[in-house]
Ligand binder design. Structure first.
Ligand code: NDP
Length: 322
């Protein structure tokens, strides 16, 4: 894996000696919107994120972000980035928050690259990541046939046989993407579909798609690249080996809340619990977007929540100073 040093992407220097008004963790739609709002309130703001864009970078087409009838995920993020760079926001991109702790004066944020930053408030907008299957062979073959993003990787599997795992909108959207390229698609799901009916219909109608319901994947085989998978049906007590060149794992997302789990309250899904003002259980820590308990994981919702979190942080700072 390529080793990328943290990049201080903008002219505004990143400073470990000062105490920021607000540190925003994450630079997806929630984090970037929060940054713009904080900056317009003249708050001294630092954003720390491993990338700019998060999950949106993996989204092919967006038709429900107001103002754009159609825009790709990377294009929308580019526009967000251009907008954020109009404001005096310090950006530390390429590093990740490893720990968040509280002291008498506020909060300390430690990063994977050993930096420590101080802040009076924190907005956590760290989003979600793909859920792994956790079966033998998966980790070893990531990028060598195992993919978590059909939107990105479908064109690499032209005229090949592939498997898609999952039964939600992500899996069925993956099938829809792959129909254009792959020779055969095995859609494997352990229970009943929960995807939108229109996507299920599309999969069922395609001659290219073979659906295996009630099956789980037990193992992914391959020396240098994916060669086959072992699947098992409990109901039928049947095991099968399917020769495939690609395995698309589309079984949902997990919140990026590990680094803050010791300080803020999480729900049973490991999402940060927030109220309608984006407040967490800890005064001075706010959260927004997909990492929170707000149910709808949508770009426009995340952006709106980012704005709310910034305004709440501002109100908190103003009332505390009085
Ligand atoms: P979901 O949580 O909706 O679905 C996850 C699927 O994966 C379920 O079918 C689940 O099965 C299965 N699953 C979970 N864990 C495992 C496991 N360990 N092994 C095997 N199967 C497993 O996630 P999605 O990523 O599909 O969607 C996330 C959100 O994003 C949803 O709100 C969705 O609507 C939205 N979305 C919308 C799109 C659109 O509108 N075009 C496109 C993509 C996503 P089970 O039901 O048995 O738990």
């Amino acid at each position: 894996m390529e080793f990328i040093l943290p990049e201080e992407t903008k002219k505004i220097p990143v400073d470990e000696n000062k105490t920021y008004d607000v540190i925003i963790i994450g630079a997806g739609p929630a984090g970037m919107t929060a940054a713009v709002y904080c900056s317009r309130k003249k708050l001294d703001t630092l954003v720390i994120s491993k990338d700019i864009g998060g999950q949106v970078l993996l989204t092919a087409g967006i038709e429900n972000y107001m103002g754009y009838q159609y825009i790709t995920g990377p294009e929308l993020i580019q526009k967000f980035e251009e907008q954020i760079k109009q404001f005096p926001v310090a950006l530390l991109i390429g590093d990740e928050v490893s720990y968040l702790s509280k002291n008498k004066k506020g909060f300390v944020i430690s990063t994977n690259y050993g930096k420590n930053f101080k802040s009076q408030t924190v907005i956590i907008a760290s989003g979600k990541s793909s859920r792994p299957l956790n079966v033998p062979g998966e980790k070893k073959l990531i990028g060598r046939g195992v993919s978590y993003c059909a939107t990105c990787d479908a064109p690499l599997f032209g005229n090949m046989d592939v498997a898609v795992i999952g039964g939600g909108n992500s899996a069925l959207t993956a099938v829809s993407d792959l129909i254009k390229y792959a020779k055969k698609i095995f859609l494997l799901h352990r229970s009943t579909f929960r995807a939108d009916p229109v996507l299920i219909e599309r999969a069922k109608k395609s001659d290219k798609v073979d659906i295996y319901l009630g099956y789980i994947v037990e193992k992914i085989y391959g020396k240098d690249r994916v060669e086959s998978i072992k699947i098992y049906s409990k109901d039928e007590d049947t095991e099968k080996i399917l020769p495939v060149s690609g395995v698309f794992i589309e079984i949902g997302l997990i919140p990026n809340s590990q680094s803050v789990k010791d300080i803020v309250k999480l729900n049973h899904l490991q999402e940060i619990e927030v109220d309608c003002e984006c407040k967490t259980n800890i005064e001075g820590i706010f959260a927004a977007g997909d990492v929170t308990s707000v149910p709808d994981k949508q770009i426009i919702v995340a952006a709106g929540e980012g704005a709310k979190a910034a305004l709440s942080a501002y109100k908190y700072l103003v009332t505390r100073k009085k």
